[in-house]
Design a protein around this ligand. Structure first.
Ligand code: GLY
Length: 384
């Protein structure tokens, strides 16, 4: 079955008063509707201690393992921990090395050791604080320890806020490829403090914006228009733009996940740009290129192929390229032979029966999947 976006129009981008400081309370809530596993994505600013109290109330755990990475731990763990411990939970901070290279089985084993050392049992919980590494690794540890204990996500990067923390995908990489071992394990809640973005380097903000632009490109033409006049303001963390942009992107992700939790069809649309992106990351050995940067290049490639294959009207790829370039993102793959990209694409784990569920744009704000052979995606004569 080909997945196709079939939502009727946009949910709209909500206006913001522009006041982000003096926060301490929830400013927006996005529901992820999954029956008894439903939860909210809650957004606010300067409210980490309040988040800690809310998380601890939601998890009601006597012992909590707080999984985080070094820079984030130093800046934000104390404020979050103050809230987490307010109702008597005993919190153990566990710091794992940052970077995708530490999302592996060895680090996972170390986490289990630390969990046992802290006396975690089935009444305990995990809280992840950081970007995709803390969330995916800590989330998978929670999914698998004692056959699964509850967890909550406190993402601190744009990428984790709008994509990785929502929807329950957790896992680690193997030497053979990214995210090859994992589990669907929904968090009890996702809590976003946009103030944590102030310490995020601009390059990483831009890389996260790639996933924001992806959400608009596959799902919501009005949101894409809105971003076209505000992308610089987003990267500058203009308070009138940041919160509504994150809220809208989270709402798109939440809607997709609520309709297709296990990636049977619709959720595949979120992989727009990721076929080539995974090949690029693999060739770079996951070093020197950020995931969002690879996704930006992959989206331009996919939009170009969407036009060439007759799915999208002319001009679609140019519009997308222009927005990504204004965000300071790369849009062209490194100069490598077609055969190198072809072999990397051919091992894509989303391939079935020799074909890949390749996500194409039908135009800005609308997308579908097409079952294509790798050689149709990268035809003879294609060059990077
Ligand atoms: N990051 C893609 C997904 O959550 O399905």
């Amino acid at each position: 079955m080909a997945a196709k976006k079939s939502a009727s129009g946009s949910g709209g981008v909500k206006a913001s008063s522009g006041r982000l400081s003096g926060g301490g309370r929830v400013r927006a809530k996005v529901p992820v509707s999954l029956g008894e596993r439903s939860y909210n994505v809650e957004l606010g600013s300067d409210w980490l201690t309040t988040i800690g109290r809310r998380v601890s109330g939601r998890l009601a755990a006597e012992r909590i393992a707080l999984v985080t990475v070094p820079t984030v731990a130093r800046r934000y763990a104390p404020m979050l921990t103050r809230g987490l411990t307010a109702k008597g939970s005993r919190v153990r901070r566990i710091v794992v090395p940052d970077g995708d290279a530490s999302k592996n089985l060895a680090q996972l084993g170390k986490l289990y050791d630390r969990f046992l050392d802290h006396g975690l049992d089935r009444g305990s919980a995990v809280v992840t604080l950081g970007g995709g590494v803390a969330g995916d690794l800590g989330g998978f540890a929670a999914a698998s320890f004692l056959r699964g204990i509850p967890f909550a996500q406190v993402p601190t990067t744009v990428l984790a806020m709008v994509d990785a923390s929502i929807g329950g995908k957790t896992g680690v990489n193997l030497a053979q490829g990214k995210n090859l071992v994992g589990a669907f394990h929904q968090p009890r809640g996702v809590y976003i403090d946009v103030a944590t973005l102030r310490s995020l380097p601009r390059r990483e903000r831009a890389a996260g914006a790639a996933e924001l632009i992806k959400a608009a490109a596959i799902w919501d033409a009005d949101f894409f228009d809105w971003l076209e006049s505000r992308i610089e303001a987003f990267l500058d963390l203009d308070p009138k733009v940041v919160l509504p942009a994150l809220e809208r992107a989270c709402a798109i992700k939440a809607e997709v996940v609520s309709r297709d939790e296990r990636e049977g069809g619709l959720r595949r649309l979120l992989n727009f740009g990721h076929t080539l992106a995974h090949a690029i990351e693999k060739h770079a050995r996951y070093r020197g290129v950020l995931h969002g940067e690879a996704v930006a290049i992959g989206m331009v490639f996919a939009a170009d192929r969407s036009e060439a294959l007759g799915f999208a009207p002319a001009g679609t790829c140019d519009r997308l390229t222009n927005l990504l370039e204004r965000a300071g993102l790369p849009t062209r793959p490194a100069d490598r032979p077609r055969s190198a990209y072809l072999s990397a694409i051919a091992v894509d784990k989303k391939k079935q029966g020799g074909k890949i569920h390749f996500v194409v744009l039908d135009g800005i704000g609308s997308s579908s999947t097409a079952a294509l052979r790798p050689q149709d995606i990268l035809p003879v004569g294609w060059s990077a």
